[in-house]
Design a protein around this ligand. Structure first.
Ligand code: SAH
Ligand code: SF4
Ligand code: F3S
Length: 444
């Protein structure tokens, strides 16, 4: 999504390395848009840059260590160019705050997840004063008013609808790194999406840690937001991520059904565990049975819906029997994609203090069994697409092939016919070969 231009002589180069979720990817795009306004342009490698930013993630495994080692790699560059500025943003910056500046002397600045819009200011100040800067306060009091900033939005782009998270799942650091949940106003989102449409965007993915707890100041909820965007803007496709099972209600599924021309039938619905006791200790707010009921409700309205999920294995105290229930959930819910992780203790979180932590080898072995089981299920599930016709929004063409995504979020490849420009167009493709994430076929 990020477009890199050759560096012209007047502008300065910025290099950003991005870790973590789509929220961070979108934040990087925002940083690049803001920095472009003060004469920076993205470069392909750190040695061409006069500003290097690490947009960090701390959701799992040694995130602080990763920041240390990446900054360490820039030691020579900094020695050769003392004017080179190096900063850390994102969730590790928010978590570690000024401690990062003390622990990593090569760093010039840290800025938290609520300080992105201050980035041009921070950089200007650093250039004039050479004093280290830390901007790591949450802006809990301010309403969440931003406009989507994206340099070349292309066919499909992300739109933040909420920031933060108030759920405090006991394993998760995000409520501490992204702060309290705030929603953008409905009317602002309608304007934002319509202005993206005017720039050629055909599809938006609405982003939030828990999109279905969206609440506009005017009282509109997530279902009403979907309906309004579908009816009052000219956007052709709407996707969203991530939905929390506890807030996935019938009103939302009904709207997805009524607006199915525009609202895509793909739902990422992270379950985390198939055992109700573990779910309770995770503070997820639903049981195995309630989750399965929600899935049934989804398929009642949207029989073609595609589901994907996140699972954590080896949560503290998880027994073999409890893990077996996660395995057996895969027989009950047809997940076409699975993102699974070994539990990793995170700072500030409750579960990190639970006394019954599991050994690494048990977690690794469970993860492997889960992936093995899912692999064969996903292969089988994908075969239902063979011979079917899928509607594809073409995102790019390259080497004689068109590439886009189907309504159900599969990446679809097909050979191009003739010279017709297809990017941004909706086409029908008949599937000849199907894999869990990708489909191949030919244009109809
Ligand atoms: N808001 C989203 C999740 C954001 S984090 C939701 O509620 O679903 C993305 C995924 O990382 C989570 O779904 C979870 O599966 C995983 N994750 C979060 N914290 C973790 C931890 N401490 N150890 C292992 N995986 C974790
Ligand atoms: Fe983390 Fe839970 Fe919030 Fe998701 S809903 S970001 S897993 S605390
Ligand atoms: Fe990582 Fe922060 Fe996203 S911890 S997953 S970058 S919200």
């Amino acid at each position: 999504m990020i477009n890199v231009k050759p560096l012209s002589s007047k502008r300065q180069g910025v290099y950003i390395s991005t870790y973590g979720c789509q929220m961070n990817e979108n934040d990087t795009e925002r940083m690049l848009s803001l920095l472009e306004m003060v004469n920076y342009e993205p470069v392909n490698s750190p040695d061409q840059a006069s500003l290097i930013i690490i947009n960090s993630c701390s959701v799992r495994e040694k995130p602080v260590h990763k920041v240390h080692s990446e900054v360490g790699r820039y030691k020579e560059l900094k020695k050769n160019n003392p004017d080179l500025l190096i900063g850390v943003g994102g969730c590790v910056a928010q978590q570690e705050k000024t401690r990062l500046l003390t622990d990593i002397p090569l760093l010039d600045f840290v800025f938290g997840t609520d300080a992105i819009d201050e980035l041009p200011d921070i950089v200007e100040k650093l250039k004039s004063s050479h004093q280290k800067i830390a901007k790591v306060r949450f802006e809990h009091q301010k309403p969440y008013q931003i406009q989507t900033l994206v340099r070349n939005p292309g066919v499909s782009t992300f739109v933040n609808i909420t920031k933060g998270c108030d759920n405090f799942c006991t394993f998760c650091v995000v409520p501490f790194t992204r702060g309290r949940e705030r929603s953008r106003a409905l009317a602002e989102l309608v304007k934002d999406v319509q202005s993206l449409v005017q720039r050629g965007v055909k599809e938006v993915t609405l982003l939030g840690q828990n999109v279905n707890s969206y609440k506009s100041a005017c009282g509109a909820n997530f279902a009403q937001l979907l309906k309004t965007l579908s009816r009052e803007t000219d956007i052709q496709r709407i996707r969203f991520t991530t939905s929390h099972p506890k807030d996935f209600n019938e009103e939302l599924v009904q709207v997805m059904f009524e607006e199915s021309e525009k609202v895509m039938e793909y739902i990422h619905l992270p379950v985390q565990s198939g055992n109700s006791k573990v779910l309770e200790r995770m503070n997820r707010g639903y049981s195995r049975e309630e989750y399965i009921q929600k899935v049934k409700m989804i398929f009642k309205y949207l029989p073609q819906a595609v589901l994907s999920t996140d699972i954590i294995v080896g949560f503290p105290g998880e027994t073999e029997e409890q893990f077996q229930e996660t395995l057996s959930l895969l027989d009950e819910v047809p997940y076409e994609s699975l993102y699974a992780f070994k539990y990793s203790p995170r700072p500030f979180t409750k579960a990190a203090r639970f006394s019954d932590q599991l050994p690494e080898d048990v977690k690794s072995e469970r993860l492997q069994r889960l992936f093995d089981k899912h692999k064969s299920i996903a292969q089988q599930l994908s075969q239902k697409y063979v011979g079917k016709i899928v509607q594809v929004l073409v995102e790019k063409t390259s080497e004689g092939r068109g590439i886009g995504r189907s309504t159900q979020n599969k990446v679809v490849h097909f050979p191009l016919k003739g010279e017709q420009e297809l990017v941004g167009k909706m086409v029908d493709v008949q599937v000849s070969e199907a894999f869990p994430q990708t489909l191949r076929g030919h244009l109809l």
